[in-house]
Design a protein around this ligand. Structure first.
Ligand code: ADP
Ligand code: MG
Length: 268
C-alpha cells in the first residue's frame, strides 16, 4: 500500500542523489547533472526548484520520472523505494509536464489524439461513458472550451492552450504528484499568466503535490510553499518561500532575486 494522501505526509523523498553523465569516446568527459541532492515534498505541497540553466533541475526531474537511473542515491515515493513500484502504476501517481508543449503533439493528428492515446494506454478497460466523464472534468478544470480546442490541429492552437490540454491529460490520471519542468518558458507571455494561474488553482482545489521547476524565481515566489535553489548540480539553499525571499542566504539567490521582473511583485 502506498500512502500518499495524508495531509503533510512526506510523499516524495530524495536522498543523496548524484547523476554522472559521461560523454566522449576517446577522452571521456564526466559532467555532474546532480551532486548529493536531498529534499522531500509533502502531500498537497508546492515546491519550486529554481536555478539558472544547467544547474541540474531537469536532471532531478528526469530521475524522479524514472527516465534516468541515478548514479547514486535513493528516491522514495509514499515511503517505498521507487524501483519497487511498477512503472505503469508509478505513472498514474506521478505525472509530468515539460517545457515544450508542441513536442508532445503529432502535427498530423488533431489534439484529441493525445487523450485517446492516454486512455488506451493507461485505462484500457474504462468504458466510453466513463472516459467521457473523466475527460470532461479534466477539460473543465483547465478552463478550456472543448468546442474551441478539440478537433483542431496543434498548429491551430496557442502554446498556452496546448500546455493546458497537456495539464488536463495529466490530471485525468488523478496523480498525487505533478512534475512541471519549466512549463511556461516556451509559451507566449499572454498565455503564461493563464498557465501559472492554473497551477495556483490546482494547488487550491486539489490535494496534489507539485514540483514546479523554473529559472524564474518570480514564478517560484508566486506559486510555492517552499523553494529549493540549485547551482551547478547542488542545492545551495532551501526553505519556506517567504524566508528564502526575504532573507536569502546565498549571493546566487540574491542575484536571482534581483532579476525578478516587477510584474510579479504586484501579484501578492
Ligand atoms: P537545467 O535543467 O537546470 O538547465 P540540466 O539538468 O539539463 O540543467 O543539466 C545539468 C548539467 O548536466 C548541465 O551541465 C548539462 O550540460 C549536463 N547534462 C544534462 N543532460 C546531459 C546528458 N544527457 N549528457 C551529458 N551532460 C548532460
Ligand atoms: Mg531544464
Amino acid at each position: 500500500m502506498i500512502k500518499t494522501n495524508e495531509k503533510n505526509k512526506e510523499i516524495l523523498k530524495i536522498e543523496h542523489l548524484t547523476m554522472k553523465y559521461t560523454s566522449g569516446l576517446i577522452r571521456t568527459k564526466i559532467t555532474y547533472g546532480a551532486k548529493d541532492v536531498s529534499f522531500h515534498i509533502n502531500s498537497g505541497e508546492v515546491v519550486s526548484l529554481v536555478g539558472e540553466s544547467g544547474s541540474g533541475k531537469s536532471t532531478v526531474a528526469n530521475v524522479i520520472m524514472r527516465f534516468l537511473k541515478p548514479s547514486e542515491g535513493k528516491i522514495f515515493f509514499g515511503g517505498r523505494p521507487v524501483e519497487k513500484i511498477k512503472i505503469k502504476k508509478y505513472y498514474k501517481l506521478v505525472q509530468s509536464i515539460f517545457q515544450d508543449p508542441y513536442s508532445c503533439y503529432n502535427s498530423f493528428y488533431k489534439v484529441d489524439h493525445i487523450f485517446r492515446q492516454a486512455f488506451n494506454h493507461a485505462m484500457p478497460n474504462v468504458s466510453i461513458r466513463e472516459r467521457r466523464n473523466i475527460f470532461a472534468k479534466a477539460i473543465d478544470t483547465v478552463g478550456l472550451d472543448p468546442k474551441e480546442t478539440l478537433g483542431r490541429y496543434p498548429h491551430q492552437l496557442s502554446g498556452g492552450q496546448l500546455q493546458r490540454l497537456l495539464i488536463a491529460r495529466a490530471l485525468m490520471f488523478k496523480p498525487r504528484l505533478l512534475i512541471a519542468d519549466e512549463p511556461t518558458s516556451m509559451i507566449d507571455s499572454s498565455s503564461r499568466a493563464d498557465v501559472l494561474n492554473l497551477f495556483k488553482q490546482l494547488q487550491d482545489d486539489y490535494e496534489i503535490s507539485i514540483l514546479f521547476i523554473t529559472h524564474d524565481i518570480g514564478q517560484a515566489q508566486y506559486l510555492s510553499h517552499r523553494v529549493i535553489v540549485m547551482k551547478e548540480g547542488t542545492i545551495i539553499e532551501q526553505g519556506p518561500t517567504n524566508d528564502v525571499f526575504t532573507s536569502p542566504e546565498h549571493a546566487y539567490t540574491k542575484n536571482l532575486l534581483a532579476c525578478v521582473p516587477s510584474i510579479y511583485r504586484k501579484w501578492y
